[in-house]
Design a binder for this molecule. Sequence first.
Ligand SMILES: [Zn+2]
Length: 477
Amino acid sequence: MRRASLTLVLVLATACATNPVTGKRELSLMSEAQEIQIGQSQDAEVRRDMGVYRDPALQDYVSTIGLRLARASERPDLPWHFTVVDSPAVNAFALPGGYIYITRGIMPFLENEAQLAGVLGHEIGHVTARHASQQYSRATGAQLGLIFGSILLPQTRPLAQLGESGLGLLFLKYSRENEEQADGLGVKYASRTGWDPAGVPQMLTTLARIEEASDDKGVPNWLATHPAPEDRVQRVSAAVQQAEAGAQRFTVERDGYLRRIDGIVHGDNPDQGVVRGARFLHAGLRFAVDFPTGWEVNNGQTQVVAREPGGRTLLLLQMVDRPVGRTLQDVALRSMASAGLRASSGGTTALNGLDAFVGTYQGTLQNLGQVGVRGAHVLLDRTVFLLAGIAPFDEYTRAEPAFARTINSFKPISRAEAEAIAPNRVDLYTARAGDTWQSIAERHGHVVKPTTLAIMNGHAVTDQPRPGERIKIVVAG
Ligand SMILES: [Zn+2]
């Protein structure tokens, strides 16, 4: 959960032109100056809303590689910028004009410098081929949310334990042709600059494994508009073979890459809230909530959602707008009414020293039908939080005690406690005989799934590490 939500609104003035081929009037592509101007202005938003990952050495490293690739492209003179953003999602994207972003979340899933060059080259390809500009032109006139585009797998969510990426849903998708063209350009730029172009199909394979292992298969139209990652691997492999045929020796650089990402933050950053077992802690907003033991807690962009295993009962936590001058009760009743819930009882109370309005509500919600809700609106530092337990009507009585316990656990934490919350980090480890992804995950606090470790190290989930293999692991904060 983040303090700022992404609410970018873009309205572009565009020109209409007559297409010389069809004779139809259509939106014209923007000029290069316009591309750069859009990139510049949206770059500020990305930096503010996603945050820049605080590791200058890593930023320099990514920048240096990106610039070398970009200078070997068809548009070497764009004002290229490469930024590692502070997001746990596995993602990379581009803005028109040469602004390229890679998440810290994707870094541990790359195995070497050639794969990093593959990701950057792919994104550079979207810019040089003006895919983003085309998207912008098409989207003109509509008020859209965040409409810059280009991610490697547009609907890929991070692995389940990383939490959902609300951002993923805001990205405009590129067409199958655009994605394949960008893959091909990635191969071209990597091989021109001496990195092994096999990094492109390799990183696509890893992304395919992440997608495969994900519980959430994305929105239904994904398959209709996006080539399966496996298809992209096959298609781009021909280009890789061609590039390799005439080749000098290519650089892969695994050891150097691993050194660069040793210690990188993995999963949620405490400033955006972290999940530790069933507890949710937010260092930035300074509070903690204990969800019921055994529930799966997911820290999303705008909501924290905890689900009862196998059940249809859930608890959610989010911020609620508080118009100036409104009482907490007024805010509570209005916000619940806008969700279709009416109060059957409720009152103002104190929760661990905080003003709160706790009520019981009933109503009908999509997917759940008739529900009973126990909701607390809590005031902390001028921010109103809603912590609500939601159960299908016939299960409400059973779930109510767990809802009440969770609501009663909402408490502020001290500055010292907030500062003591450490993120999980990537560490390097040499596998020994008898090690399995399972045993390694267990030894280090089980902060990632065994399948995540396998994928992170370029293995199929059915493989095990080889004795003596230098691997990335994730250690508890
Ligand atoms: Zn792409």
